[in-house]
Ligand binder design. Structure first.
Ligand code: NAD
Length: 430
């Protein structure tokens, strides 16, 4: 099928490349010209394992191309996927300006029947707005349908997730659009769930909100563990063995971050409120998550007493391992909190340093974890990159000024850290 993907970001590139791998003829278009030029020249603007290789392979086969002209690319496409960003606006609402702009431009370009798909995460009822906006802008006689096909991929494992999604949700207004989207995923072994558009939109927000709730729940339990001598890892294991609960997303730590959870919870709570229901549970999930970031700094204060003029080594800047995405990364929040208290921060991350510096230009970056720790009064681990797991405590101990570790992801074995002479604090473990 001829497919146009509008928005060549984390979701758009992975979606475009995996659809091309399925045999479709895909063009990824983006309004960011430098990004398009980089892609055309064979570069990949994001860090995502397996993506450069996949893009190279499907480009060679001639099934993936790039462009900047959304309208021209949409004309002649059977499916147009919208994968533009949907950040939070200053009022806490989903900023749908990119979706609106994309919908208008796509509409002007359509030449014949196409299914226009919301893949971006959007509040329930956005599909209706997209359809009305497009109706005002299409050429006379051109037919289209608006569908929702939410994306569930996780950065870091996005390529595998897109190849074998846990489920394919097709929110469609009619059988004609369903038929088109079923063809798009023909041959996939993933379960396909066909719903109306509103239900599909709601499935995405509800899923992310539920996952965030699990994280805040276990973090609240961790706080209780810290006060009672229980061990949150064992509590989580004991809970997770119950198939009704499940073991995933029950890891205590600094809380969730990234481009999705915070903004999707905010947007979900906001649309609920607009529709006349106060989703208070979500507000509490957000509050617990905020407190957890502050708690990490508090643990450091408990050890160092005064943070002013202390040197802190910060390990990990990306919001999670295996990505360079620093949107709403807990590490940046922790760094700013430390600096606000007069501490100096020297950070290391295997890939996200440059993107973090674009946000915090005066952030001091070290070339490796040991250089970050040189002369530090404490080391705070915020992102559990696998490479950090094997750090040499004895060597760290030698280069640091004071032997203090706050492990905000429970990456290390407390006994090993203490055996190397560290005052070691983690989340919810005695
Ligand atoms: P992103 O910021 O990486 O990419 C969005 C791209 O859209 C950018 O390259 C931008 O230049 C482009 N764009 C914006 N307006 C445009 C327009 N009018 N025409 C053409 N291009 C335009 O964002 P992302 O992380 O890929 O997320 C996209 C959507 O997918 C969001 O709604 C997000 O919530 C959702 N989502 C993201 C993930 C994830 O892990 N990143 C997972 C599931 C769903």
């Amino acid at each position: 099928m001829r497919v146009t993907v509008v928005g060549a970001g984390y979701v758009g590139l992975v979606t475009g490349a995996t659809l091309a791998e399925r045999g479709h003829d895909v063009t990824c278009v983006d309004s960011d010209l430098p990004k398009v030029r980089m892609l055309e020249a064979g570069g990949v603007p994001i860090h995502e394992p397996g993506l450069p290789e996949l893009i190279a392979a499907v480009r060679k086969s001639g099934r993936l191309g790039f462009g900047a002209d959304v309208a021209a690319s949409a004309g002649g496409a059977e499916v147009v996927m919208m994968t533009v960003g949907t950040p939070t606006d200053p009022q806490g609402r989903a900023d749908l300006s990119s979706v609106e702009a994309a919908a208008r431009t796509i509409a002007t370009g359509l030449e014949g029947y196409a299914v226009v798909v919301e893949k971006s995460t959007v509040p329930v009822r956005t599909g209706d707005r997209v359809r009305r906006t497009m109706e005002r802008n299409v050429k006379p006689g051109v037919e289209f349908d608006v569908a929702s096909n939410p994306e569930f991929l996780r950065e870091g494992t996005a390529v595998e997730d897109a190849r074998k999604p846990s489920r394919i949700v097709l929110g469609v207004p009619n059988a004609r659009a369903e038929k088109v989207l079923r063809r798009l995923y023909e041959g996939s072994e993933s379960p396909i769930l066909v719903t109306n558009v509103e239900t599909a939109e709601m499935i995405k927000h509800a899923s992310n909100a539920f996952l965030a709730t699990k994280i805040s729940f276990v973090n609240a339990v961790a706080r209780l563990c810290e006060k009672s001598g229980a061990n949150v890892e064992e509590v989580a294991r004991g809970m997770g063995l119950d198939p009704r609960i499940g073991a995933q997303f029950l890891r205590a730590g600094v809380g969730y971050g990234g481009s999705c959870f915070a903004k999707d919870l905010e947007a979900f709570a906001d649309i609920a409120s607009q529709l006349g229901y106060e989703f208070r549970l979500l507000r509490e999930v957000q509050a617990v998550n905020r407190e957890q970031r502050a708690h990490v700094v508090d643990l450091l204060r408990q050890e160092l007493w005064v943070l002013r003029e202390k040197r802190v080594a910060l390990l990990g800047l990306a919001f999670k391992p295996d990505t360079d995405d620093i949107r709403d990364a807990p590490a940046l929040d922790v760094a700013q909190r430390l600096r606000a208290e007069g501490a100096t921060v020297r950070a290391h991350d295997p890939v996200a340093g440059a993107k973090a510096k674009a946000i915090l230009p005066d952030l001091d970056l070290a070339p490796d974890p040991y250089a970050a720790a040189e002369g530090a009064d404490a080391l705070v681990l915020v992102t559990e990159w696998p490479a950090y797991k094997a750090l040499d405590f004895t060597r760290l101990r030698k280069v640091m000024r004071q032997p203090v570790i706050v492990d905000a992801r429970n990456l290390w074995d407390p006994a090993a850290a203490r055996a190397a002479g560290f005052h070691y604090r983690s989340i919810g473990r005695p």
